[in-house]
Design a protein around this ligand. Sequence first.
Ligand code: PLP
Length: 463
Amino acid sequence: MTTTEQDVAAPARPIGPEATANLWLHFSRMGAYRDTPPPVIVRGEGPWIYDDRGRRYLDGLAGLFVVQAGHGRRVLAEAAARQAETLAFFPLWSYAHPAAVELSQRLAAAAPGDLNRVFFTTGGGEAVETAWKAAKQYFKLTGKPGKTKVISRAVAYHGTTQGALSITGLPALKADFEPLVPGTFRVPNTNLYRAPVFADDPAAFGRWAADQIEQQILFEGPETVAAVFLEPVQNAGGCFPPPPGYFARVREICDRHDVLLVSDEVICAFGRLGTTFACDKFGYVPDMITCAKGMTSGYSPIGAMIASDRVVEPFLRGTTSFPHGYTFGGHPVSAAVAMANLDIFEEEGLNAHVLATEDAFRATLERLLDLPIVGDVRGDGFFYGIELVKDKATKETFDDAESERLLRGFLSGALFEAGLYCRADDRGDPVVQLAPPLVCGQAEFDLMEQVLRDVLTEAWTRL
Ligand SMILES: Cc1ncc(COP(=O)(O)O)c(C=O)c1O
């Protein structure tokens, strides 16, 4: 789709560069916005967003993997207003409020196995921090005080606070903030497209990748390792699904060495893969789940760390406490919105819709494999990465300068101008990522494919 006359709604008030001079943008080259302002999004409706010039775009990233139920849902706004009128705020520091109580019951009921205890945060990075701190204290309380280290995967993103950033596997994001929290170690991820071994045998590759975790645990010493943090489908690098058998083997390895398995589902939970919790999709039960984003479809911020009965048990003894918390963790308004959002999931069958249409989404995106620049299409549910290559036969990727020219210089802007908001990313190899609201169907899949086809074809001619 290109932005056409009928897409143009009554223009809102355009915002100039001087108006955004007080705003410190996240993860942005702000120098680029000295003379022209960043895109300013003023409104959303279903899978669509509108900018300050009244132009319409398909939200191909659900904001930032967040807006599962789509934009403009009055019922979520009303749930927030009702709760704010009743009890706008109260902390969970030795007190409780009904919204957090009910939401914890609901999350525990939806979580697999005996993951029954919910620690609320305000977002994903805080949930990751919480899981690591809980793991460290758990082992101190259970007589293994040396178990403090964390293993995570290369290129994986787990957040920006110092602990979560330390777990993150992207050196370029960490360099300016070193020294970070010590004691985190990286193992290979599950990038099958660039598998260093067993590239033609996903199950063997999965065994190998899981075994790298065991190697690392043994190398560091099992008596020093507290937890392994893994996303069900790794986001950074471009949507790497787990090979068959991978998580079953990781679970065995963690059990063998008494290491806690943390499923970081900040992106993958709440329907992104068609299940409330993504570990269910791949049939494993972690010791902790971290989640956030889609819990409220973004209508109010909240996150959570959900722990198993085994993990919480020592925290329930005698005078023990977990000296950790956030003023706004489990905010009543956000908790109320989360419940209204989960009601939408049930009433509209959003998980079932994703499961019923995920194959069609994949097949639609796979049509792009006929383009010379598209090397790989991978992902799961409504969460896909399209890897761009210079040479399909050799899988040669772009060098830094080409990647800069292609992704930043052309693709991001051109896709947006063509009416598709999505993400062109080069934290690993260059990828375009798609994670639309879960209310999308074939019409939106076709639109994404068409815009990508046009813009990627143009990108290829420019190389
Ligand atoms: C897997 C994962 N963990 C943690 C985070 C951090 O979440 P937040 O930005 O809410 O702190 C993210 C954010 O995208 C994520 O994808």
